[in-house]
Design a protein around this ligand. Structure first.
Ligand code: SAM
Length: 183
């Protein structure tokens, strides 16, 4: 299975870079691709395959777009149906603006991972777990991640996080980024 993130934000923000690297670590770099990076600074995505083209232009077969608004939920049996899973490289917004509908790949089917919004790296990892045989209902999650700031304050990241070995799937680099730059 190839996991493809279609970069859709206007810049290659540091937050995107960290999420893409984290997703690549989760599924293995050899199974991972970032598309639509024409004119973007990709130097920080070291070791990750990138393409200038959009996924729609790569003539991929057996494609599924992961979209919270899709009618069907991704299932383990979809491992036999698809070779490419495409995710929106869209920074999470709250409330969500449903921008994934702009991610159109001709001939692709669409699947959700439930109704709640995941960060892109979490969406990739949840899909990987399902494709590896676990149903969405068998996975464990936590809603919101709280970053403890040095001054005793808290910043809440309002997303749903997959629990991997009991811990939220979040990059240490994101936590450091939030501590330094806020959210
Ligand atoms: C942070 S989300 C952006 C969602 C965006 N705010 C929207 O409403 O479409 C980034 C990507 O992760 C994937 N994703 C996140 N939550 C999902 C869900 N519940 N079902 C399917 N895909 C999801 C989608 O591919 C989405 O484009």
């Amino acid at each position: 299975m190839k996991y493809i993130i279609e970069h859709m934000d206007p810049e290659m923000f540091q937050w995107c870079v960290v999420e893409y690297r984290h997703a690549a670590e989760g599924v293995g770099r050899e199974n991972f691709l970032v598309t639509n990076v024409d004119g973007q600074d990709t130097s920080r995505l070291k070791g990750i395959e990138t393409r200038k083209e959009k996924a729609a232009d790569l003539k991929l077969s057996r494609v599924c777009v992961l979209d919270p608004a899709a009618e069907k939920t991704l299932e383990p049996a979809d491992a036999q149906r698809f070779d490419h899973l495409v995710f929106g490289g869209i920074l999470g917004d709250y409330p969500p603006k449903a921008r994934t509908r702009e991610l159109v790949v001709p001939g692709a089917e669409r699947r959700n991972l439930g109704k709640d919004q995941f960060s892109t790296d979490n969406a990739v990892m949840v899909a990987k777990q399902i494709i590896s045989g676990k149903k969405l209902s068998e996975l464990e999650f936590v809603q919101d991640f709280v970053v403890q700031m040095d001054e005793g304050e808290e910043i809440i990241l309002p997303y749903k996080y997959l629990l991997v070995d009991g811990k939220p799937f979040i990059s240490d680099e994101i936590i450091e980024y939030v501590k330094e730059h806020g959210f």
